[in-house]
Design a protein around this ligand. Structure first.
Ligand SMILES: *[C@@H]1O[C@H](CO)[C@@H](O)[C@H](O)[C@H]1NC(C)=O
Ligand SMILES: *[C@@H]1O[C@H](CO)[C@@H](O)[C@H](O)[C@H]1NC(C)=O
Ligand SMILES: *[C@@H]1O[C@H](CO)[C@@H](O)[C@H](O)[C@H]1NC(C)=O
Ligand SMILES: *[C@@H]1O[C@H](CO)[C@@H](O)[C@H](O)[C@H]1NC(C)=O
Ligand SMILES: *[C@@H]1O[C@H](CO)[C@@H](O)[C@H](O)[C@H]1NC(C)=O
Length: 372
């Protein structure tokens, strides 16, 4: 069979899959005509990077989304491994497909997914520190963080299965392959030099130095900003300098700092809410001040060690996003503005917790379908 027909077969299979996965199930749609609310799962699987930090508030929703994502992932890996396959099975003929669609069914059905009931059930699990009938910002942050850590670890596990060729539960450097965009590009391409997949990064992630990454170390490897491993944090500083160091002197001067790093620090301090940008002239003084505070040895340049104190702001951790999400939820649901949530406030504002999947205007259903 010629190359061209293989390409056509694969394209058709992908197209069919795309159509099936993107078209709302019309019969389902009709049968819920009387429901005043519709719950929608997120369904964008990009797998390109961990840039989406929204995490489902409800573990049940997270679990369903995770299973759907795993299915997408498996399909993607199958196609990556077998690009030569000329008869990729049509999506709807796969046995799991039924489950996959049922997952959406589940959340669309209000009788089976009772939001009020879920909030009543979850409230005491969040209100733990102290258990006082109020959900505070820090309790909600901890809750969000727990959900996102579960999510991150799950994705790491999936990556691990992919790379762990000899199935010993450990990743050696030779088992780890650079992402495909690296393998397919020549070494002059943009990004080639960013060492996120290089041996130096691997070694820094290998906390006990045994030449292999266990799941914890591999998770750190994939998410260095969340790592407590000092070698890895140091590597991150080095990497930051490599990226910013336009004059290639191995350190960051004021110009390199001002155009790039300073904005990140400022946005972090303002918690991302204030996106209004003042003119550069106004910002130069505070930037100079911060620069000289960081420049401990006063040589006018920032070294790796001198970046350590701000590296967490340059690469925000999951905790940062968990807190942002908590602040947002509280700002939306805290009716009496006392800075914390009661169960009643939560029940009165369910869309804040289930915003990604909650819709009470059925006419918008089709429009919303591709939004997430
Ligand atoms: C949803 O749960 C709440 C609290 O558990 C309960 O009062 C309510 O009757 C339930 N609604 C439905 C439709 O089952
Ligand atoms: C890039 O690749 C070419 C050959 O493909 C090689 O000669 C050159 O040394 C490489 N450069 C770097 C910086 O690795
Ligand atoms: C990584 O560590 C191994 C020993 O475990 C060593 O042989 C190798 O040279 C190190 N690579 C880099 C880039 O530091
Ligand atoms: C992985 O190894 C590190 C030491 O590098 C250790 O602290 C950690 O507990 C290990 N994780 C697991 C899941 O065994
Ligand atoms: C946002 O930035 C502007 C200009 O710097 C400042 O006047 C304002 O107070 C800031 N708002 C918040 C909420 O921080």
């Amino acid at each position: 069979m010629g190359k061209v027909s293989v390409v056509i077969y694969i394209s058709v299979a992908l197209l069919v899959f795309w159509l099936v996965s993107h078209s709302p199930n019309k019969s389902l749609n009709r049968s819920y005509h009387h429901a005043s609310r519709r719950l929608k799962l997120r369904s964008s699987y990009t797998f390109t990077g961990a840039n989406d930090h929204r995490v489902a508030f409800d573990p049940i929703v997270a679990d369903i989304e995770r299973r759907r994502e795993d299915k997408e992932w498996e399909k993607l890996q199958f196609h990556n491994r077998h690009p030569e396959f000329d008869s990729a099975p049509a999506a709807e003929s796969q046995p799991e497909w039924e489950d996959f669609m049922n997952a959406e069914d589940y959340l669309n059905d209000e009788d089976r997914f009772n939001i009020t009931g879920r909030l009543v059930l979850l409230f005491p699990k969040i209100d733990v520190d102290p258990e006082d009938g109020f959900v505070s910002e820090s309790e909600l942050t901890q809750w969000n963080l727990k959900q996102s850590e579960k999510e991150v670890l799950h994705r790491t596990q999936r990556e691990m299965e992919l790379h762990d060729k000899n199935k010993d539960g450990l990743i050696s450097f030779s088992e780890y392959e650079a992402p495909s965009w690296v393998r397919n590009s020549d070494n002059t391409s943009f990004g080639y030099d960013m060492g996120w997949w290089k041996e130096e990064h691997f070694n820094a992630s290998d906390a006990d130095g045994d030449g292999l990454l266990n799941i914890t170390e591999f998770n750190d490897f994939l998410h260095p900003a969340d790592s407590k491993n000092p070698k890895l944090v140091q590597w991150l500083c080095k990497e930051e300098i490599r990226e910013r160091d336009t004059d290639k002197d191995g350190k960051v001067n004021f110009n390199e700092f001002f155009h790039g790093l300073f904005d990140l620090v400022r946005n972090y301090n303002e918690e991302g809410y204030n996106s209004s940008h003042e003119s550069s002239d106004l910002m130069e003084a505070p930037a100079k001040k911060l620069f000289s505070q960081l420049d401990k040895d006063g040589d006018g340049l920032l070294s790796e060690d001198e970046l350590l104190s701000i590296i967490g702001k340059l690469h925000p951790s999951e905790h940062y996003y968990a807190k942002q999400q908590a602040d947002y939820i509280i700002s939306q649901a805290d009716a009496d503005k006392d800075g914390r949530l009661t169960l009643t406030e939560m029940i009165d504002n369910p869309y804040v917790f289930y915003s990604a999947i909650f819709n009470d205007d059925e006419d918008d259903y089709d429009d919303l379908h591709d939004e997430f």
